[in-house]
Design a protein around this ligand. Structure first.
Ligand code: SAH
Ligand code: SF4
Ligand code: F3S
Length: 440
């Protein structure tokens, strides 16, 4: 059988998509983990910021050299960058044989064939229906413990800065039965943690046999499959995180007490310009509700620094909101203008790069403090930890995460990867907790 190497960039949805691609090509290609052995290399790409695309272009340059050394080697580009740049990419990047957008993976065998015969091979058609729900992803890069299930595709929110609605197309939910079946299969195979994925899982909606399944119901159905299996999700839009969902997470011990609720900015002017359709006050009310129902829940976020027209005052509002919420962690970015988005059309990208950089540094520095504070509060507490692997720093230690999604490192004792152990936290850094196993 021919050998396939897949390199994945971008978000978790891309990771899940690469697993679907591996399945689609499995009758002809076997996944390999040494790129030098590959007959076919696929690069699954991200377009969310310019930096992400630049990285991929550099990588294609390197792969061009590999191709010169190995005649017959084929290279294909998948994902959001294929969708955004389209067939132009084939002219710009000589290393590429073909490209396929996120909804075109079923046509990969044909594209590969066409490319073999020297045709210009691309498919960047978006679909309003494709969910790949009949395909059993091949989880080729797994610890056997945690798995992703993609429950929906696309996005209809059109935040003005964001390219995703253009690269992933319209929002569509996958049939809930196929999700439950996939979750059950994973559990049968010994997986201990399932993450349900979508750009905005809160708007999940499916109707089967007269039953309407919203995201809270879906979470519940997955949680009920096995109390021994954790359920997580990513990611949720603040505009529709419902009380029902918060209550469902609270109700089941195996629903992880961790919510990633990207705020993006702290001032109402910026939120409005971003088309996030909520206000600072509304967002803080949602946080208060989460805290009231689940005091132990940790909350993480995404923040963009230096969006169009952002004043010093707007920036201060982001910092004060961060303090008010006390995030346990955050993903923080400089605004990067994306061609074709509303922001690119309507608002000048007018914050100088140095100012964006300085604001981002302030945001990162504050988050370091908040992460440390949040972790310090855990010292002396005991958490149930799912053992995920050997610590990167030391052979005598394991790492795992608690329900709050915090990484905990502890000395190896009588336990294995995939076990749940109780760990007493004794010290911390902003990034991790350290502790010892205690008997329950
Ligand atoms: N669907 C998710 C986010 C997907 S993109 C949500 O709405 O929360 C992941 C993150 O990238 C976003 O939350 C945002 O913080 C960041 N991002 C998106 N577009 C960006 C841009 N043009 N410049 C900088 N950061 C951006
Ligand atoms: Fe982008 Fe907004 Fe959709 Fe998230 S919700 S993917 S930020 S448009
Ligand atoms: Fe990037 Fe596409 Fe995900 S733009 S963040 S890979 S949906």
């Amino acid at each position: 059988m021919k050998k396939l190497f897949i390199e994945t960039y971008g978000c978790q949805m891309n990771v899940a998509d690469s697993e679907v691609v591996a399945a689609i090509l499995s009758s002809e290609y076997q996944i390999c983990d040494d790129i030098k052995e590959a007959d076919l290399i696929l690069i699954n790409t991200c377009s969310v910021r310019d930096h992400a695309e630049q990285r991929i272009r550099k990588r294609l340059n390197e792969l061009g050299f590999l191709k010169k050394k190995k005649p017959g080697l084929q290279i294909g580009l998948l994902g959001c960058m294929a969708e955004r740049v389209k067939e132009k990419l084939l002219h710009e990047e000589s290393a590429l044989d073909f490209i396929a957008g996120p909804d075109a993976y079923r046509s990969l065998p044909t594209l590969i064939q066409e490319a073999t015969f020297g045709k210009t091979a691309f498919n960047v058609m978006l679909s309003t229906e494709e969910t790949y729900d009949d395909i059993d992803p091949i989880r080729y890069d797994t610890n056997g413990i945690s798995a992703f299930i993609s429950i929906m595709r696309g996005c209809n929110n059109f935040c003005t800065y964001c390219v995703v609605p253009y690269t992933r197309g319209r929002e569509r939910s996958r049939n809930s039965k196929t999700i439950i079946n996939e979750a059950q299969q994973l559990i049968n195979q010994g997986y201990k943690e399932i993450t349900l994925l979508g750009q905005n899982v809160n708007s999940y909606h499916s109707e089967e046999d007269g039953e309407i399944v919203n995201f809270a119901k879906l979470m519940e159905k997955v949680a009920l499959l096995s109390p021994q299996v954790r359920v997580r999700f990513a990611t949720s839009h603040p505009k529709d995180i419902s009380d029902e969902l918060i209550e469902t997470i609270a109700k089941y011990d195996n629903c992880c007490k961790y919510i990633h609720l990207p705020v993006q900015a702290g001032s109402n002017t910026m939120l409005k310009r971003m088309n996030r359709v909520y206000t600072r006050e509304y967002y803080l009310e949602r946080i208060a509700t989460i805290r009231r129902i689940m005091p132990e829940c940790s909350i993480a976020t995404d923040i963009i620094a230096g969006f169009c027209g952002e004043t010093e005052e707007d920036h201060q509002a982001t910092l004060s909101l961060m303090r008010e919420v006390g995030y346990s962690s955050a993903y923080m970015f400089k605004y990067s203008e994306r061609e074709g988005t509303m922001a690119a059309k309507r608002f000048p990208d007018d914050i100088p790069d140095e100012v964006k950089g300085r604001r981002l540094e302030e945001i990162i520095a504050l988050q370091q403090e908040l992460s440390l504070e949040s972790n310090q509060k855990d010292i002396g507490k005991t958490f149930e930890v799912l053992v995920e692997g050997a610590s990167k720093r030391s052979n005598n230690e394991y790492f795992g995460r608690n329900s709050q999604n915090k990484v905990i490192i502890f000395p190896k004792e009588d336990c294995h990867i995939g076990d749940y152990v109780n760990v007493l936290v004794q010290s911390c850094s902003p990034a991790t907790l350290k502790g010892i196993i205690v008997k329950s």
